[in-house]
Design a protein around this ligand. Structure first.
Ligand code: ATP
Ligand code: PH2
Length: 179
């Protein structure tokens, strides 16, 4: 794994105390994998699924790890958020997806890397650019180009960048004081 700089994980929450859930997830991911960067937090209109509340979305970079270890880490964090999954693309306390791992590809259905829908999701690509402006999504090219195309297609209107921060050491914004 030495040639891989980092793993890219996308976080989303639209049920319960979204800020607390995301902050707890970042703390836990930091303990297990080591979080090296956190994007801004975006409030986003739900994409797909049933009618549901707006999400908070963010992207973090962690130290690289084998795909199965990344999957175990994200599942453990989701489990601690007592995630319930009843409806596909339906509301959830916490969703953590593995988006990319450098040029590594995994076709294991339990952990597909790169994430097969990442290139379609402004709520993934926009925060990813915050933490890595030069990011490449294998098979789809520069994330900056994907975001430019999304902007041209009017797909960024459902994203609102907040001033809140995910880590305790960062200044608290509209998300309130950090734990
Ligand atoms: N890159 C990946 N990151 C996270 N889970 C993945 C990945 N690839 C495959 N999976 C598998 O997908 C399964 C379903 O994941 P989940 O319920 O989070 O999907 P979803 O969030 O509803 O939809 P989407 O996959 O479109 O984000 C998980 O059990 C997991 O094993
Ligand atoms: N805005 C937004 N919409 C979604 C999200 C999400 O994280 N944010 N996650 C989904 C399933 O992974 C489905 N739809």
């Amino acid at each position: 794994m030495t040639e891989v700089a980092h793993a890219v994980l996308a976080l989303g929450s639209n049920l319960g105390d979204r800020w607390a859930l995301l902050r707890a997830a970042v703390r836990q991911l930091d303990e297990v994998l080591g979080v090296t960067a956190c994007s801004a937090v975006y409030e986003t209109d739900p994409v797909g699924g049933p009618e549901q509340d707006d999400y908070l979305n963010a992207v973090v970079l962690t130290a690289p790890a084998p795909p199965r270890e990344l999957l175990a880490a994200v599942r453990a964090v989701e489990e601690r958020a007592r995630r319930t999954r009843t409806v596909r693309w339906g509301p959830r306390t916490l969703d953590v997806d593995v988006i990319a791992l450098g040029a590594v590809r995994s076709d294991d259905p339990e952990i597909i890397i790169p994430h097969p829908r990442a290139h379609l999701r402004a709520f993934v690509c926009v925060p990813w650019l915050d933490v890595d402006p030069e990011a490449i999504l294998p098979g789809h090219g520069r994330v900056a180009d994907l975001v430019a195309r999304m902007a041209g297609a009017g797909e960024l209107v459902g994203l609102r960048r907040t001033s809140g921060r995910l880590r305790g050491t960062d200044p608290a914004g509209e998300g309130g004081a950090s734990a």
